[in-house]
Design a protein around this ligand. Structure first.
Ligand code: ADP
Ligand code: MN
Length: 495
């Protein structure tokens, strides 16, 4: 029934992961996140979740987790034994080489090829001072050539100092160690590749912090979407905000024929850390659409409601033909929508693009129109409209981030609209659009109201008075004031 309901999945497929994940979901619902799943989950390589051989990889994931746990236990035991043997002896034996979890543990597959490409190797030491071109120094019987074993060996030892600082070379010079060219080169290669591997691993870790931004339960839901074939691959994170994390994904195939999944999707995960949402109460608490539900809800459900709100609002906007992401599916606190951008590159925010004055003017009129449409046709006020939540794509402006949007009759709806108008007006006036209305003119143009105050304070006071009037009216008559109904046509501004 619901377009955002669970997609029909093939009934037979019941991998170990499915069974496990159901149990897991239940478990997780009871206790609070974390503990159940160790970090290991985030260790997955490459694209964060892929559709390829997903069935085996799910079992694989479980197997890997078990293996990892086993390895950790093994290492812990090793450490205990190491300690026992060494006691407080001054000479100690290290079991380092027997450990299962190597600090740099990762795929070493490319390493061999990697170090050979030295065209721009950042770790390459400066040219060591070599024997001059002629190939020898000195005179007569003191002559030494570059092939002199002793000199060369010492030089090689000294050159080891040029290895990256993390590479423990020991006191080779003090020991008068003489390294043959062969050994030196082997060591050098090892040092480079180890260094690069560590750098890569570090990068990977950085990347996986973003992945860790989603809790295990979310990960599981995302994973299921991929498993169901709805999404092809979740490639990575586009944005991490206070209240949401947005991922990019390639769309898969739809379970139902009538629905087409866009080739590229954005996945907005509303964060389940509750604190951030506390200050958003005022948006939703007074929104009559959610009134009945608000009081009874537990905080987790409130967060789902934000996602639901964004979905409803986007759908309204879509119907009115306002350029905005198209809703693909809503699952709990996860909203999948079409991706605004191309080839994994999200469209830039209006604040980040430099538009020609012509485009700037075009964008302004477009936004003016969209604000009117939003108000009149969608019966919505964006409530967080600014150059941060407008993307420039395909030569036009796209509105995003509408989870906090409210109806104009929301007890603070007009205040929110005024704030939106101020942002838009200021942005375009600073951007050199001479035609841009000031915030008060814009407010009237969008709302169709006719507030005449010529200064901000009085204007604001009138707005609040109107809001109060509407509230009283709702209290007394159980319905909104007529002036808010979308019958009164606000003038549509056009170029
Ligand atoms: P927040 O509440 O964190 O601001 P947004 O909905 O504004 O959430 O999303 C955060 C960022 O993610 C946006 O600024 C935008 O860069 C990117 N983004 C969100 N939705 C999409 C989308 N459908 N297509 C492309 N990029 C998107
Ligand atoms: Mn935003």
């Amino acid at each position: 029934q619901c377009p955002w309901g669970a997609p029909k999945t093939a009934s037979i497929s019941c991998s170990l992961a499915d069974v496990m994940s159901e149990q897991l979901a239940k478990e997780l619902q009871l206790e609070e996140e974390n503990a159940a799943f160790p970090e290991v989950v985030a260790v997955a390589e490459g694209p964060f979740i892929t559709g390829e051989n997903i069935d085996t990889s799910s079992d694989l994931m479980l197997a890997q987790m078990l293996q990892m746990e086993f390895d950790r236990e093994y290492d812990a035991q090793l450490r205990r034994e190491e300690k026992k043997i060494n006691g407080d002896s001054k000479v100690s034996i290290s079991f380092e080489n027997y450990r299962k979890v190597h600090p740099y543990d990762s795929d070493s597959s490319e390493d061999e090829v990697d170090w050979q490409d030295t065209r721009h190797d950042p770790y390459r030491a400066d040219k060591p001072t070599t024997t001059p071109r002629k190939g020898f120094t000195g005179k007569g019987k003191d002559i030494t050539t570059k092939h002199d074993e002793v000199v060369c060996g010492r030089k090689n030892t000294a050159r080891m100092e040029n290895f990256a600082p993390e590479f423990q070379v020991g006191d080779g010079i003090g020991m008068d160690l003489k390294l043959s060219n062969q050994v030196f080169n082997a060591l050098k290669q090892h040092a480079y590749s180890e260094e690069r591997r560590s750098a890569r691993l570090h990068e990977k870790k950085e990347h996986s912090t973003a992945e860790k931004a989603v809790d295990p339960k979310t990960r599981l839901l995302l994973y299921k979407m991929v498993n169901a074939g709805m999404l092809e691959t979740i490639t990575g994170c586009i944005s991490t905000g206070k209240e949401s994390v947005v991922f990019h994904a390639y769309g898969g195939r739809s379970a139902t024929e009538d629905k087409v999944i866009p080739p590229e999707c954005a996945i907005k995960v509303f964060k389940t850390t509750l604190n951030e949402f506390k200050n958003r109460d005022k948006y939703i608490k007074d929104d009559y659409r959610f009134k009945d539900r608000f009081s009874k809800l537990n905080p987790r459900k409130v967060i789902r409601m934000w996602a639901e709100k964004e979905m409803h609002n986007l759908t309204r906007m879509q119907t009115a033909g306002i350029p905005c992401p198209q809703v693909v599916i809503l699952k709990k606190h996860i909203l999948v929508m079409s991706f605004i951008g191309k080839d994994q590159v999200p469209a830039p925010k209006l604040k980040d693009v430099t538009l020609s004055s012509e485009d700037m003017k075009k964008a302004y009129y477009q936004i003016l129109n969209m604000m009117q449409q939003l108000y009149k046709e969608c019966n919505l006020v964006h409530a967080d409209l600014s150059e941060y939540n407008m993307l420039w794509h395909d030569g036009k402006v796209w509105l995003i981030d509408v989870s906090q949007s409210v109806e104009p009759t929301h007890p603070h709806g007009l205040e929110f609209l005024f704030r939106d108008c101020r942002n838009v007006s200021q942005f375009f006036q600073k951007g050199g659009v001479a035609e841009a209305l000031n915030e008060r003119e814009l407010f009237n143009a969008v709302s169709g109201l006719n507030i005449t105050a010529d200064n901000e304070v009085d204007f604001q006071a009138e707005i609040e008075a109107l809001e109060k009037m509407n509230e009283d009216h709702v209290q007394n008559h159980g319905k909104k004031l007529a002036m808010f109904s979308s019958d009164g046509d606000p003038p549509i501004y056009d170029e």
